[in-house]
Design a protein around this ligand. Structure first.
Ligand code: R5P
Length: 322
């Protein structure tokens, strides 16, 4: 079904990304209010008519996660009650994704709850990038377009053309992503055996593979406290690695992350703009941001035109730095 005009709406999570998408689509950002009542409740108001429109809400659920999630849900509710034609939540970073199963007794499956909330609030469709676990798509009973941040990273590392490269996954869970990088970059593959000790610390055991006298690209879906990547980088240095690069999609960078990364034996970190980078992270000087604006902009254009989105998953070797 073809809906009326595209409208792009954003909350406070990543307005720069939303503006970039608007530029790509040559559409204005729809006007609205997304602020706080004096008692800290979220106040939403749309200032344009959305009746029959194909509306895309660009809102990663990054920190403060609950604030941004609530903004997203309230936008969905507002749009549903304002007779929008179709509501698509564009959630480039899907928070709560790491709690996707009952791995111990008496805990929630937070990712499933968030999926339920989004659908119940009125979302008809979801666009996202690098879910922590791909099977979270199945938590939704509405269409999910799952895009890959690696698409913008591949071409950057092709241009860098690092000799003797080994792609390393910092844990077994990341092997599928690491295999995609190693195949795209024609590099060898290795994996670190990681155990999580607490939410902000990880312990590495041994390395499967060889990195001696090789350059390394460590790949992950996200950097939170950076415990995983920094411990892996130290192990790789001990094993004789040359320069260590990191490619991660979502720069969450919370808690001790900046201090850890500053001191770590890592030469450069490439991330995407699914979530905004803090000033402190920018000042560290090790992080380069590659933009997912063309990826998301094109996905939105195709969804609106009822064209295939899956061809976007094919690697074309183009990237845009910001
Ligand atoms: C774990 O499975 C993820 O892919 C990341 O490696 C992890 O969540 C990163 O967390 P942190 O940076 O806090 O170690």
């Amino acid at each position: 079904m073809i809906y009326n005009n595209i409208q792009i709406i954003t909350g406070n999570a990543n307005p720069a990304l939303a503006r970039g998408i608007c530029e790509y689509l040559q559409r204005p950002l729809s006007d609205g209010v997304c602020e706080k009542f004096p008692d800290t409740e979220t106040n939403i108001k749309l200032n344009s008519d959305v009746r029959g429109s194909d509306v895309f809400i660009v809102q990663p659920t990054c920190a403060p996660v609950n604030e941004h999630l609530m903004e997203l849900l309230l936008f969905c509710d507002t749009l549903r009650r304002s007779s929008a034609g179709r509501i698509t939540t564009v959630v480039p970073y899907f928070g709560y994704a790491r709690k996707d199963r009952k791995d111990e007794g008496r805990v929630p499956i937070s990712a499933k709850l968030v999926a339920n909330l989004m659908t119940k609030a009125g979302a008809d469709r979801v666009v996202t990038i690098d879910l922590h676990a791909q099977q979270i798509q199945g938590f939704f009973d509405i269409p999910v377009d799952h895009l890959y941040g690696s698409k913008v990273q591949f071409s950057y590392y092709r241009q860098l053309n690092l000799p003797d490269l080994v792609v390393v996954s910092p844990d077994v869970g990341g092997m599928k992503m690491a295999r995609a990088y190693s195949s795209a970059l024609h590099a060898l593959l290795a994996v670190v055996d990681k155990r999580r000790l607490s939410p902000d610390s990880a312990e590495v055991g041994f390395l499967i593979g060889d990195v001696e006298d090789k350059n390394v690209l460590l790949v992950d879906d996200l950097i939170a406290t950076a415990g995983t990547l920094v411990e892996a980088a130290k192990l790789l240095k001990d094993k004789g690695a040359l320069d260590i690069y990191v490619a991660a999609t979502h720069p969450i960078l919370c808690g001790p992350a900046i201090d850890r990364l500053t001191d770590a034996p890592i030469k450069q970190i490439t991330v995407t703009d699914t979530v905004p980078l803090s000033q402190q992270a920018k000042e560290m000087g090790k992080i380069k941001v590659l933009s997912v604006v063309p990826l998301l902009g094109e996905a939105i254009r195709r969804i609106h035109k009822d064209e295939s989105v899956s061809s976007l998953f094919i690697d074309t070797g183009e990237y845009q730095a910001v």
